[in-house]
Design a binder for this molecule. Structure first.
Ligand SMILES: NC(=O)c1ccc[n+]([C@@H]2O[C@H](COP(=O)([O-])OP(=O)(O)OC[C@H]3O[C@@H](n4cnc5c(N)ncnc54)[C@H](OP(=O)(O)O)[C@@H]3O)[C@@H](O)[C@H]2O)c1
Length: 220
């Protein structure tokens, strides 16, 4: 349901110009929130809506993030790196560097709630990856997920109200609103999920405490 109430929370979506972040922008606007969409190419966000403000900036630049945090109630952190073969071989620090800056900026601004996407295989969910799958995982995604591990530790170590969503393999399918949210360590498994459904889950956490300080795996 859409509403234009000015007392609606204002969300900062970091990584708003594509993928899950862009879907978070769409879903948040659909639910009537005011949204600040932040990324290096935020001005290219293909949405025109009076409740959307776009801010171009780099999440690894503290001053850019501090400015973007002004007046924000909840942060949705959905950064990603380009999936080129060269990028897969390069060291990854984006997730940890940006998260340190975001957490610090949130503390300074008094913004309490952080909803972040990492992925199945991050942190303690890695133990649920099968042996064969793990070889591929380490080879292809090892660098990115080592940095996502650090990202998760930074968030867990903060005093924020946080939720970490760990989706399985992402697709660009339409939103279904029907997906599994797995929390029990003995029951974690990989699977496909639409970016739009991940966004549905993330935006649902803006006003729900159901998964506070939890790291659920999302699959359809
Ligand atoms: N692919 C999978 O199957 C899969 C599975 C599980 C989890 N994941 C994770 O899900 C997350 C989202 O992936 P996605 O494919 O939906 O997103 P994506 O299309 O890769 O989008 C990434 C976003 O991050 C922004 N960004 C990157 N570097 C930035 C920086 N320095 N400062 C500000 N913004 C920056 C990009 O915008 P600009 O370029 O404009 O800055 C873009 O808006 C990723 O962390 C990915 O690892 C992926």
């Amino acid at each position: 349901m859409t509403s234009d109430r000015l007392d609606q929370k204002r969300l900062l979506v970091i990584g708003a110009s594509s993928g899950i972040g862009l879907e978070c922008v769409r879903e948040a606007l659909r639910r009537g929130y005011r949204v600040r969409g932040f990324s290096r190419s935020a001005k290219s966000i293909p949405i025109i809506d009076a409740r959307l403000e776009t801010v171009s900036g780099n999440a690894t630049n503290a001053s850019d993030v501090r400015s973007a945090m002004l007046g924000i109630d909840v942060v949705l952190l959905a950064l990603g790196i380009a999936a080129s073969p060269l990028a897969l071989l390069a060291p990854v620090r984006l997730f940890s560097d940006a998260t340190r800056i975001v957490v610090e900026a949130m503390k300074e601004a008094g913004t309490r709630r952080l909803i972040c996407v990492t992925g199945f295989g991050a942190g303690d969910s890695r133990a649920s990856i099968g042996c064969l799958q793990r070889i591929v995982f380490e080879g292809v995604l090892g660098r990115a997920y080592a940095d996502k591990d650090v990202q998760e530790q930074i968030i867990r170590g903060s005093e924020l109200d946080w939720v970490i969503a760990r989706p399985g393999i992402l697709t660009n399918s339409s939103k279904t609103g029907r997906y599994q949210v797995l929390r029990d360590a003995s029951n974690l498994r990989n699977g496909f999920i639409a970016r739009s459904d991940v966004a549905d889950f993330m935006v649902s956490q803006v006003e729900s405490d159901a998964y506070l300080r939890a790291t659920p795996v999302l699959i359809r």
